[in-house]
Design a protein around this ligand. Structure first.
Ligand code: NAD
Length: 520
């Protein structure tokens, strides 16, 4: 049985697992079950069933949104450091449950144990960040042009925030949003991926337990709610006028749809969408470092990170020595059950992902690419029923049509360049703009890559790979990657509204711009 009684107990899920189907929603700590047809949920490890769940109905979704809005109306008046106390205690319980939460991520999303634990660690890290932030939600004081006047900015809670997330970070992306939204005084309603509802139930259950343990004196209202379901549930969130901000993480296709709906009601959207991330390797690069960074970024999470390395742009003088080493590294990766400690590459999320990978490899070859290694399904020494693949290395003459698309699988397209400005042009000539890297020991080349005329991505690194960002920096990308910035730095401002105050402490009423308006 994939979900053992011990794991369920540790995650607080035993009572839900006793029912024939998982809940469709958890609203203010209460489970709701929809009448809709239930669908089976399977593990990417071996295709075994993890249970059934029915998508939340329109009525349940509305209930959750209204609960999040109602929560905001009270939560906004709780002092921010006390809101931070809720997040601090969530962080403590996450630490205690780290192993169990990671095991569930592995089971439901197929991540290897180390990466699943890393994802839970991100939740812990953003808790710590948010707790500190709860005493630093500061605005500016601005000098006034009028005598005996003062101007200032305040940041106030925004409202209830709708959070839509993707399958590949089934806990961390919600945490980036929710932990900040909580200290900012907002309510939260979360629609996770339909591929990872159990991770969401475990997360929400943990929060429910903390809220309950703190009592209504400290937490007067439950600010976090969860609705499960497919695209339609996300669409309901996007359209709802009680959600002033929709934070949506997923494909560019999804982001375009959400952005249009939210813009249609003049709401705000925070979009974290697909990437098509590249690394440039220059002649002065430390090739040992580069090799390790390339392999981790390209095959980590089986190529299913938004920041996965998809394009490698190598100086022509290095290509002959780098390619055989990459082929060797790609061909000797331990692929298999993500629960085993030595495995580095787990399964793809499902059959659709496998077929999308095959289609991309075929299209690439039709368009003039050469498959150097990998791409085929692994069927030996892996659990039956999962979609395990050999990561593929593909030599391309440049950005072929297929290279412009994000295929959410471990395919690395390799191309060569002569001059750095050509490499940067190649780098930027795709629709997406999420993460990027250069490997070089030349200060001049590094700075050129980071300059306004360099990488056009939201994340640009030197001598580290494209994936594996820390929570302290603002995370996100431009162009088709959505333009949103989440997590660290001043991303908290997304979850608040800015108010400009002008205060007159004199006994005259001078008008701005020297306007005179005497009424006698
Ligand atoms: P997806 O777009 O299929 O689904 C993401 C979420 O959006 C799911 O919860 C889904 O139900 C919902 N959804 C889909 N269509 C919708 C619509 N029209 N309206 C409202 N909600 C809708 O993505 P996925 O397959 O789960 O995840 C992979 C994608 O996510 C990749 O493109 C990856 O790059 C991207 N991603 C981006 C980031 C980032 O921070 N930039 C992080 C993780 C994943």
């Amino acid at each position: 049985m994939p979900l053992t009684p011990a794991l369920l107990a540790e995650l607080g899920l035993t009572r839900y697992a006793a029912e024939p189907i998982w809940p469709s929603a958890l609203v203010a700590g209460e489970a709701h079950y929809a009448d809709e047809e239930a669908r089976a949920l399977t593990s990417p490890i071996h295709g075994l069933t993890l249970g059934h769940f029915a998508p939340a109905s329109a009525g349940i979704v509305n209930l959750a949104i209204e609960a999040a809005h109602g929560a905001y109306l009270k939560w906004r008046s709780v002092p921010a450091p006390l809101r931070g106390e809720l997040v601090r205690r969530i962080g403590i319980l996450v630490r205690q449950r780290k192993t169990a939460l990671a095991q569930l991520i592995t089971l439901e999303a197929g991540k290897i144990t180390a990466e699943a634990e890393g994802e839970v660690q991100e939740w812990i890290d953003i808790c710590d960040f948010a707790v500190g932030l709860s005493r630093q939600l500061h605005g500016l004081t601005i000098v006034s042009e009028r005598p005996q006047h003062r101007m200032m900015e305040q940041w106030h809670p925004l409202g209830a925030v709708g959070v839509i997330t993707a399958f590949n970070f089934p806990m961390a992306v919600w945490a980036w949003n929710a932990m900040l939204a909580l200290v900012c005084g907002d309510g939260v309603v979360w629609k996770p991926s339909e591929k990872t509802p159990l991770c969401a139930l475990a997360v929400q259950t943990l929060v429910d337990e903390v809220v309950e343990s703190m009592g209504t004196e400290l937490v007067p209202v439950h600010p976090c709610h969860l609705v499960l379901g497919e695209r339609e549930v996300g669409e309901r969130l996007a359209a709802h006028p009680l959600l002033p901000l929709i934070s949506a993480t997923g494909s560019t296709r999804m982001g375009r749809a959400v952005a249009q709906t939210v813009a249609g009601r003049l709401g705000r959207s925070l979009l974290e969408l697909g990437g098509n991330n590249a690394m440039i390797v220059t002649p002065s690069a430390d090739l040992e470092l580069a090799l390790r960074a390339i392999v981790f970024a390209a095959v980590g999470t089986c190529g299913q990170r938004c920041t996965s390395l998809r394009r490698l742009i190598v100086h022509e003088s290095l290509i002959e020595q780098l390619l055989p080493r990459l082929v060797r590294a790609f061909s000797s990766l331990p692929i298999g059950d993500p629960r085993y400690p030595h495995t580095l590459v787990g399964p793809l999320i499902d059959a659709d992902a496998y077929w999308a990978m095959q289609a991309a490899l075929q299209a690439a070859q039709r368009q003039g690419a050469t498959l150097l290694c990998g791409g085929e399904r692994v069927e030996q020494d892996v659990p039956e029923g999962g979609y395990y693949v050999h990561p593929a290395l593909v030599r391309v003459p440049g950005n072929l049509e297929v290279v412009n698309e994000e295929t959410f699988a471990p395919i690395l397209y390799v191309m060569s360049y002569e001059e750095l400005h050509d490499a940067i042009d190649l780098h930027n000539a795709v629709p997406q703009g999420l993460s990027s890297a250069i490997f070089t020991d030349s200060l001049r080349e590094a700075e050129q890559f980071l300059s306004p005329a360099g990488s056009d991505c939201g994340i640009a690194n030197v001598n580290i790979g494209t994936s594996g960002a820390e929570i302290g920096g603002a995370f996100g990308g431009d162009k088709d990657s959505g333009g949103g910035r989440e997590s660290g730095s001043d991303a908290w401002k997304n979850y608040m509204r800015r108010v400009t105050n002008t205060i007159n402490y004199g006994d005259h009423l001078p008008l701005a711009q020297g306007i005179r308006f005497d009424i006698g």
